[in-house]
Design a protein around this ligand. Structure first.
Ligand code: NAP
Length: 208
């Protein structure tokens, strides 16, 4: 698929490498594409060019500016394109959520009703996103969104990153994205306790 990734940071680059290795056509979208000419061999274009190119767009920009950034691309340009949202809105010191009684994904879905939004992957660090096998056992990736077809496509793209179907947990509509995003606070605590950021949650149901 043609996958456009908004942002050129840790998450966008990691996912671009992961999906490129799986055979997808990736393009990174930057505010300053000329300054990012040689980005680990990954192609970079403007945000609008990336949106125009993409069958699937991924939001990997700071969550407190993502809606504004998407507005600059325009609702018409985004209409009908699946948007996978990996962003989390946090204060600079990572202690406060920028959408405390809501979520970034809900805000995006509300602002762009013709763009199906799926929230996923934001409960782990960028290393784990593309290398679930590097963790010491199976773990879980969550999906939130209102559009069933968009979630199926996202599930297939997660499989391409190494997440088997058995590891993917659909937790419901877009309002459930706030659980994924608000986990960021606990994520920071676990990372502090563990002394490492690369880990993940494994949802373990009751033994049958
Ligand atoms: N890092 C992780 O492991 C991780 C894990 C889970 C979720 N997330 C979430 O995923 C998103 C991306 O994280 P990241 O670690 O890749 O962030 P990052 O390294 O800071 O990269 C963010 C990218 O967004 C673009 N951008 C657009 N508007 C911006 C602005 N006003 N200020 C700064 N950058 C802006 C920048 O690309 P250009 O300068 O080229 O435009 C920048 O490279 C965030 O919402 C984060 O909370 C990150």
């Amino acid at each position: 698929m043609r996958i456009g990734l908004l942002g050129t940071g840790n998450v966008a680059r990691a996912l671009a490498h992961g999906w490129s290795t799986a055979g997808h056509d990736v393009l990174l979208g930057s505010r300053a594409p000329k300054e990012r000419a040689d980005l680990e061999g990954l192609p970079v274009a403007s945000l609008s060019e990336t949106a125009a190119h993409a069958e699937v767009l991924v939001n990997a920009t700071p969550g407190n500016v993502s809606v504004e950034l998407l507005r600059s691309i325009g609702a018409q340009a985004l209409a009908g394109t699946l948007l996978i949202d990996v962003g989390v809105g946090l204060s600079d010191d990572f202690t406060e959520l920028s959408h405390p009684n809501s979520s970034l994904a809900e805000q995006i879905q509300e602002a762009f009703p013709l763009t199906p939004v799926v929230k996923t992957l934001c409960t782990m660090d960028s290393t784990a996103m593309i290398a679930p096998d590097s963790l010491d056992g199976p773990s879980t990736v969550f999906l939130s969104g209102d559009d069933a077809e968009a979630k199926r496509t996202t599930g297939r793209l997660l499989t391409d990153l190494g997440w088997p179907e058995s590891s993917q947990l659909d937790i419901g509509g877009i309002t459930t994205a706030r659980g994924q995003e608000h986990f960021a606070l606990l994520f920071m605590g676990i990372a502090g306790g563990l002394g490492a950021h690369t880990f993940n949650i494994n949802v373990v149901p009751r033994r049958r």
